[in-house]
Write a protein that binds this ligand. Sequence first.
Ligand SMILES: [Zn+2]
Ligand SMILES: [Zn+2]
Length: 314
Amino acid sequence: MSGETLHVYFLGTAGALPTPLRNPPCIMVRRGSDTLLFDCGEGAQQQMMRSRCGFTVNAVFITHWHADHFLGLFGLVQTMSFNGRTEPLTIYGPEWVHECVTILRQVARFNLKFPLESVEMTQGSWVRFDGYTVTAFFAKHGLPSLGYVLEEDARPGRFNRERAIGLGVPPGPLFGRLQRGEVVRLGAGPEARDVRPEEVMGSSRPGRKIVYTGDTRAIHMNIHEFAHDADLLIHDATYDETEAERGAEFHHATAAQAGEAAVSLHAHTLVLVHTSSRYPDAKQHISDAQKKFSGPVIAPDDLDMIEVGFRDGV
Ligand SMILES: [Zn+2]
Ligand SMILES: [Zn+2]
């Protein structure tokens, strides 16, 4: 349903190698009381502590099995056990997820206090949560690699109170029934008539949508069906334009390509991540992306947080 808060915490924004200021990739999404991790780079648990969001992780989605994207799972699982977690934790990821979770269980065998589960994802696989869905799509990174879409359910349209009153519906409990999609009968006997919800409700409104590509070359032509119209497109932007060739060689995108993806996918806001350690900052990346994409472009630092609001403001 509508009304849940939606916050994205950038716990690790580095590409491949950490720097003193950037941890390996980890993005934490908090929606209401749910917490999901997308990738879990080394040191993720300390970044979670710094963000003061606790360890109540509901699920972890790994994009691919390059070590910068999952080494943080080992320490995190250990700490969750020390903290007394008993609820199962599911790790979702592309092929090799079962092997990785088997290794995790072995490494944590002396104190693992909760069930660790693994689910292999492929393009089109989805996981249902209360009020939203996470769906996987293929990225292009030279090995099995996925991106993920978190998309909320559509919200009901607005209730037209004046119209309802005009149709003879008295303010009160009948309003609630119409808002819940029920037909309301007014009067009795031959005078009775029905008021249908569609007479007083506007058309449904989209929920919020976050797309995270993980590591990838430019793929926007391939992922439109999954990744179009995102409120937040979080895209690989390992390199700036001076190193586009290197990007192609190592299966990464440049910031300019991320900008092109934001245009063709009709993203609202573009977020550049996985910045290579060769750059002291991401100023050039932002400028490269802005040459392609006229919407907001953000290159977050570690521990930056973005609150995703509804586009219609409510
Ligand atoms: Zn990486
Ligand atoms: Zn990678």
